[in-house]
Design a protein around this ligand. Structure first.
Ligand SMILES: [Fe+2]
Length: 476
């Protein structure tokens, strides 16, 4: 094996340093505060994301692939403190031991040889994507059915729970689950086979076996990164990227390449009633999507708002070499609304007025409860610049307000509501950014209504670009 050097900051310029390996585990370090933090803002900001793409004998090839790291910023009366820890997944542990990736990842081919693959599927558990609460615990996941529990204060890895088992097979899982009011974890897994079964499940607090609420039989499962929660319903969509079950079981290709773009099959949106498991489905034109902005009920209709793509180009745009070279994006995101009418079996996307966004956010108290009239998200530039602005979009009028640092990448704007506030936008956004001239990551604290920057938090190191954040107000 030839040694693969860790790219040094000098070899990758400016904001693209956010795509480099090299972040350290830091125990407890001060965060530099510029400006005035709201006095009510107290708690722990948790960030998650890939942080290591190179090992001595091999490398990972996609932004999504890097071995995950958790970062915690504890915001309290005496200031802000930072800590970071690698997620000690099986994928990281075994790959470090081997000195090279042992598992295939999203955009990295499966390195296992044919005989190893014959013995059983080789599935990554690298939990670098989404953090969720389950009862009083925190877990972290990728798109496979493994839950990695961690301590949100120490960031120590606690326990790994595999959800797929003999009686209830599950090979894929949406990364974005929801915590229901009783602390249950709601999510969707997919059993691959000659025919596929999408399983909407609930994991009660403390439980280790999921209870399946509904099974949706489909000929060929679609790529699924998230689901949406509407009042009383889980909304599940099938993208036109269709899973090749045999390739997942025996093949050597990357996770992403086990899906084929099959627009002829179209796409579907399913609504599952959480109390009865009753299923309604609508056919929609072929699309690719990661996230929902929100879902809400309007009489007997359900409405789903989400960023979508017309092809799979976004997967290619986010390969690590392209991002380190800061190449323009070729994919285009649209922000659309599907009205899922009662008694109909088809729906068409309608463009939502205002700026197109990715990594969408709404007030967390609205999710699954009521319609939010304001959302936020990260936006791309007019010439394919990768996520370089933060938008607030009025979902009625389309009015867009934008916060933009000069020459910076701006990631998911996590909305933190002001305690006691009631408006959809009464709170702040916490936005990780890195500009060409920054020494370390700058987290913007943004008034979520005016989009004015109130303060900046400068972390002790560059936090590699991740996807999603969480806020735990109980841990100030
Ligand atoms: Fe996501």
């Amino acid at each position: 094996m030839s040694a693969v050097p860790v790219l040094q900051p000098s070899s990758v310029p400016g904001r693209a340093r956010g795509f480099l390996s090299g972040a350290s585990e830091i125990d407890d370090a001060p965060v530099d505060i510029r400006g005035e933090l709201p006095t009510w803002l107290a708690g722990t900001l948790l960030l998650n994301g890939p942080a290591l793409w190179e090992l001595p004998g091999g490398r990972l090839e996609h932004w999504f692939d890097g071995y995950g790291m958790w970062h915690a910023l504890r915001i309290g009366g005496s200031g802000v403190r930072y800590r970071s820890r690698f997620c000690v997944s099986e994928s990281l542990r075994r790959s470090r031991e081997a000195g090279a990736p042992v598992f295939g990842e999203f955009g990295t081919a499966n390195p296992a040889n044919f005989f190893t693959r014959l013995r059983g599927p080789q599935v990554t558990d690298n939990p670098s994507v989404v953090m969720s609460r389950h009862g009083d615990r925190w877990l972290s996941v990728t798109e496979s059915p493994f839950l990695t529990y961690f301590d949100p204060t120490s960031l120590e890895t606690r326990q790994r729970l595999g959800l797929g088992h003999a009686g209830e097979a599950m090979h894929l899982m949406s990364a974005h689950g929801f915590t229901l009011p009783d602390g249950s974890y709601l999510n969707v897994g997919t059993e691959l086979g000659p025919k596929c079964t999408i399983k909407v499940f609930r994991l009660a607090p403390g439980a280790v076996k999921p209870t399946v609420i509904a099974r949706i039989k489909v000929p060929k499962a679609g790529y699924m990164h998230a689901i949406a929660l509407a009042p009383g319903h889980a909304l599940v969509w099938e993208t036109a990227l269709r899973a090749n079950a045999l390739a997942f079981r025996f093949g050597s290709r990357s996770y992403a390449n086990n899906f084929g773009w099959e627009p002829g099959r179209g796409s579907s949106i399913h609504a599952v009633a959480l109390d009865s498991g009753a299923l309604r489905s609508w056919r929609v034109p072929p699309m690719m999507a990661f996230h929902a902005t929100q879902a809400w009920a309007d009489g007997g209709d359900l409405v789903l708002e989400m960023p979508i793509y017309d092809d799979r180009q976004v997967f290619e745009d986010l390969r690590i070499d392209d991002r380190r070279a800061n190449r323009p994006l070729r994919s285009e995101v649209r922000h659309v609304r599907y009205r899922l009418r009662e008694g109909r079996s088809e729906a068409e996307p309608e463009d939502i007025a205002g700026a197109a966004i990715e990594l969408p956010q709404v007030h967390p108290a609205r999710i699954g409860q009521a319609r939010a009239r304001v959302c936020w998200g990260a936006g791309n530039g007019e010439h394919g610049e990768f996520l370089d602005r933060t938008h607030r979009v009025d979902l009625d009028s389309g009015e867009t307000r934008t916060w933009q640092r000069v020459d910076a990448t701006q990631l998911e704007p996590l909305f933190v509501p002001r305690p006691g506030g009631s408006d959809d936008d009464d709170g702040v956004l916490l936005v990780p950014t890195l500009a060409d001239g920054d020494e370390t990551t700058v987290i913007g604290v943004i008034d979520a209504r005016s989009m004015d920057c109130l303060a900046e938090l400068r972390t002790p190191q560059i936090v590699p670009f991740g996807f999603h954040a969480a806020f735990d107000p109980a841990r100030a």
